[in-house]
Design a binder for this molecule. Sequence first.
Ligand code: ZN
Length: 305
Amino acid sequence: MTFILISEVGPRDGLQSIDRVMPLEAKKAWIRAEAEAGVREIEVGSFVPPSLLPQMADTAELVAFARTLPGLNVVALVPNAKGAERAVVAGVHGMSIPFSMSETHSQRNVRKTHAQMIDEIRAIATIADGAGVHFAVGLSTAFGCTIEGAVPEDQVVRLAEASVEAGAKELSLSDTTGYADPAQVRRLVRKVRSAVGDRLTTLHLHNTRGLGLANALAGLEEGITTLDASLGGLGGCPYAPGASGNIVTEDLAFMLHAMGYETGIDLERLIKVRAILAKALPGEPLYGFTPDAGLPMGLEQRSAA
Ligand code: ZN
């Protein structure tokens, strides 16, 4: 049986894209419950300045808490070397920096050119190596950008190579804008892998236009072994009001189990975790089909076999 890592990013990506701030105790209950349902990796927050993202102000406390949960890989997003230093002090197992493949998007969001971003990645790699912390680069807007539109695939390949050369241990391709389609996923994963090999492990997908699971499947068929997802598809898309967030953890876990992949997750327990979100964020839309429909008869026996 092939193991696929589902990396829960809801506490970071989901919560940063809604305005409300989830209380620390609710975040802890969410993270604990998911870990107990068998989720092996959770991105608990982001080390951005709290003045920019008050939703993420308690990330250091969450890292310390999550580190007490057995078997959980605790990761956080870092925007720059300064954030990486804070993440290391907090005690993360791993950290990742988003690197926008669209230079206009990069300049507008973090006021850095691609060359300046490579310097930042090199600086973070040094910090990570010194601390024995895993370091990944998320190639964001890899499938298209709301400012530039299409992003040339050769540019993504070149920047993937530059990221590895600068010290990234692992890469993910991020469909930040929900533009990706399965043929494009297949093509880009293949191209990037032919340049950097299995350093490319991960897809970060949004379900903005309903193609999230189709894109995940295309990635799996090209050898992707880690998929980011968010419980209840929490969050939205700043570029598409009303759209859902990341691919839904519950639906992704269902698809993988049904196909015979191993995730370590107990689906029934995972679905129950939604109650924590519903209570802490009343009225916030939660997405997903599997939680409403329930599991098909015999699925649990099949995945346990
Ligand atoms: Zn995202």
